[in-house]
Design a protein around this ligand. Structure first.
Ligand code: COA
Length: 247
């Protein structure tokens, strides 16, 4: 169902529109879409692009045989504490920028979804995957750990037991297990992950934008809040939204 109308290419990240949905494709397939500083900066640029700002929902996917094999390991040796601090102020902010998008986001995963790739998928609201997708957080083997929100989001999404299992052992998990663990909305038919993500995003795109943006923030806030504060946030958000209408 995808069209290539309004396609725009920015090197390692491609943007296209499919109706009201913006589809962002990590496009560095020769390196399994490894998340270099350059690619992350391009992804930041894509998130701020007119195509994405005008879209009502966003799909994130990867070209070739990986969603992403994670951080570009060739950049790791240069990562002094100062460089890491600068990184989080620069391209490393992209994971939170994805999570903070007002529009609903769907990750369409096939192949390797490792390290920062898994963290990027976790930063999306929903995830669908090809049956052959493989998820994992191999950082421990490199003497580091997931540092782009992956620990926090995995604990929130699937609980500390699975987070310990994946992060401490660095083991890989197939799509069927990721679905069982609640990390995937669907395992699609083989090769249909992008089409299915666009279908789901198109459904989401008709929901009133302000209500969706508010609900996204409320869901994040609720995970951090006491029952009393959670209920208060809900009531305040409801009062603010009531009569804003279905736009
Ligand atoms: N960073 C930089 N380059 C990467 C990469 C990464 N995270 N993952 C893969 N690549 C590159 C490889 O160096 C190779 O490049 P080359 O063809 O120029 O040599 C290319 O992508 C293909 O990878 P290759 O290892 O040949 O594919 P494979 O099918 O044999 O193995 C993986 C696939 C994902 C198992 C393996 O590439 C891997 O373990 N990657 C690193 C994963 C990782 O540790 N990520 C977390 C980093 S914190």
């Amino acid at each position: 169902m995808s069209t290539t109308a309004d396609a725009a290419t920015r090197g390692t990240v491609e943007i296209r529109r499919d109706g009201d949905v913006a589809v962002l494709t990590l496009a560095r397939p020769a390196k399994l879409n490894a998340l270099s500083t350059y690619l992350e900066n391009e992804l930041l640029g894509a998130l701020r692009s007119a195509e994405v700002r005008a879209a009502r929902a966003v799909v994130v996917t990867g070209a070739g045989r990986a969603f992403s094999a994670g951080a570009d390991v060739t950049e790791l040796p240069a990562m002094t504490p100062e460089a890491i601090d600068a990184y989080y102020r620069g391209s490393g902010a992209v994971y939170e920028a994805v999570a903070d998008l007002p529009q609903p986001t769907v990750a369409a995963v096939a192949g390797y979804c490792l390290g920062g790739g898994f963290e990027l998928a976790l930063a999306c609201d929903l995830r669908v995957a090809d049956p052959g997708a493989v998820f994992g957080l191999p950082e421990i083997g490199l003497g580091i750990l997931p540092g782009s929100g992956g620990v926090h989001r995995l604990v929130r999404a699937a609980g500390p037991a699975l987070a310990r299992d994946l992060i401490l052992r660095g083991r890989r998990m197939e799509a069927s297990e990721a679905f069982r663990r609640g990390l995937l909305t669907e395992v699609t038919e083989p090769g249909r992950q992008v089409d299915r993500a666009v279908e789901i995003a198109t459904e989401l795109a008709v929901a009133p934008a302000l209500a969706v943006a508010t609900a996204k923030q409320l869901i994040d806030g609720a995970a951090e809040a006491s029952r009393e504060t959670g209920l208060l946030l809900e009531r305040l958000a409801y009062a603010a939204l009531n009569r804003t209408g279905p736009t």
